[in-house]
Every structure is written in C-alpha cells, then in structure tokens.
Design a binder for this molecule. Structure first.
Ligand code: ZN
Length: 301
C-alpha cells in the first residue's frame, strides 16, 4: 500500500514536471568592448561565452553595428560566431523608431546587415532598440512590411527586465570602490529577474492560456559577465528549462503582431494591451530604471 502511494506520488511529480515545465531562452543585446571596472572588455566577453558554454546554451546576440564596427568588435563577433551562437540585427545606430523616419530606420537596419552578414551565423532576426516598434500606424506597418520583405523575423522579448540599469549601478559602485561587496547586487538582480519572469509568464497564461517558450532580454555587460550563470541556475532551481534561443523563437506566439500604439514593449505586454482589459494594470514603459531606482537607493546599491 505504502509502496503504491510512493509510485503514484512519483508518477504525479514526474507528470507535473513534464507537463508544466516552463521554458526560457536567453537573448542578449548590445555586445560591446566598452571599458568597465573589474574586467577588461575581452575578458568580460569571454566570461559570458564560457557561462553559456558551461550551460550548453546557444543564444541570439543582437548586435548594434556602431558598437562592434572596429577590430575588437569584429573579433568579439567572430568568437560568438565560432561558438555557434546566432547573430541578429539590432540596427547600426540604436535609435528609437519613434524618433526618426521609417526610411532612416530602414537605412540604418540595412547598414547593420551589411556589417553582420559575412558571419556564417548571422540570422535575419531583428531586435528593436528600446523595444520601440513605432508610434504611428503608418510607421509601424511600413516597418513590419520592410521586415517581411527582407526576410526578417521579429526577435521579440517576452520577459523584459532592467539588467542594464543594475549593471550601470554596479559599475558605478566598483569604480568608486573596486572591493565593494557584489553579493547584494547579485541578490537584487536575481530577485528582479525572477519577479519579471513570474509577472510576464502570469500575464501570458491569462492572454494565451499557456506559458509560451519565453525569451529573456539581457545585455552584454559586466553584471552578466559575473552573474548570468546564477540567473540560469536560478531558473533551473525553480523548475524552468533553459533552452536555446532558436528553439524558443519557433513558438507560434512570435508570429503574433499586436495591434497597439505606440507599438512595442514585451510581446506579452503588447498582447495584453491589445485586449483592452489591462489598461489600468499595465505600466508604460513596461520596464525602466525609474521602477528600480527607489528600491536600489533604499538598499544602498
Ligand atoms: Zn539595445
């Protein structure tokens, strides 16, 4: 009797894990060779690559041309290409489509493509800078048509976050005190990512009736050179599966084109906005430093 209960429990546990395991892929924006405290640019880059290798993950690196259009930047892209990661288009100049004409934005996208296309793992997948996708109907739809005509997929984010802001603050602290304790930054970062993952996944379940394969947005920065491995481990500890980005982007959710203006933000945010049922619940923008500043100030970070 006791044994059969054991097997039933075991079966239920396995079944629950298999059926309800959530998937998340890492996507990383803005590879760069900027100077930061603690780690030289090349070392910082290699640390990120080694974390991904250790976890057997392939991601999409969305490159902004202006940051890599130099010998060190080209060497960086070559490392990522040779490690089997995909390289996506993040425009050359990283302007918001909301601030320039669609023609200028298209030129900037093609300029970046010309720079990236020689890498064998360059893929026609596009990440909008600031996740802004157009503030007028004409601009939004013109650029959607442009992407379609040029064979691009939108590299949408489902889990948006503010890792870049936490990294800025960590870098500022380390430049004042190279021996500063980084643990509170790690704790803040992990709880921030977990909080945002739960929020966007909960919203997705309400809108889609399921958890899609998620794409998490993080940046190529010092914070991730140090703590990306902890982020990956945290998802695993919480029972999520961390998957390759090209697998995640095959989820049908990424074909959806929400009818919202201004367009953009997390894809899940936009799909919720489109329903008209969340107007009082959705903040704009979805993520920003202003939402983290007070808490980080309070913690003395
Ligand atoms: Zn960016």
């Amino acid at each position: 009797m006791r044994i059969s209960y054991f097997f039933i429990t075991l079966f239920l546990l396995l079944f629950t894990t298999i059926t309800f395991a959530k998937n998340v892929a890492i996507t990383m924006d803005n590879p760069n060779c900027d100077q930061t405290p603690l780690l030289a640019p090349e070392i910082r880059d290699k640390k990120i690559l080694s974390i991904l290798k250790k976890n057997n993950l392939k991601i999409v690196l969305f490159a902004q041309g202006a940051q890599v259009d130099n010998p060190q930047g080209m060497a960086l892209l070559k490392r990522w290409n040779n490690a089997g990661h995909l390289i996506g288009n993040h425009t050359y100049s990283h302007l918001s489509i909301n601030n320039i004409s669609d023609k200028q934005y298209e030129q900037d996208t093609l300029k970046n493509e010309a720079l990236l296309k020689s890498y064998s793992n360059f893929k026609k997948i596009f990440r909008f800078p600031y996740l802004k996708e157009g503030d007028t109907l004409a601009k939004r739809d013109e650029f959607r048509k442009f992407l379609h005509d040029h064979g691009y997929q939108n590299g949408s984010v489902t889990i948006d976050a503010s890792d870049w802001y936490i990294s800025d603050r960590l870098e500022k602290r380390l430049s004042q005190n190279p021996n500063a304790d980084m643990t509170p930054y790690r704790d803040y970062y992990l709880q921030h990512i977990w909080n945002r993952a739960q929020y966007y996944d909960g919203l997705a379940q309400e809108i889609l009736g399921r958890s899609p394969d998620h794409t998490l947005l993080v940046h190529h920065n010092l914070l991730n050179a140090i703590f990306l491995g902890d982020v990956i481990q945290m998802f695993k500890d919480k029972g999520w599966k961390v998957i390759n980005a090209d697998q995640a982007f095959q989820d049908p959710v990424f074909k959806m084109m929400p009818n919202t203006l201004p367009a953009g933000e997390s894809l899940i945010w936009a799909l919720a906005k489109q329903t008209g049922r969340y107007d009082d619940k959705l903040r704009y923008p979805g993520e920003d430093e202003s939402y983290e500043k007070e808490a980080m100030d309070r913690l003395g970070l």
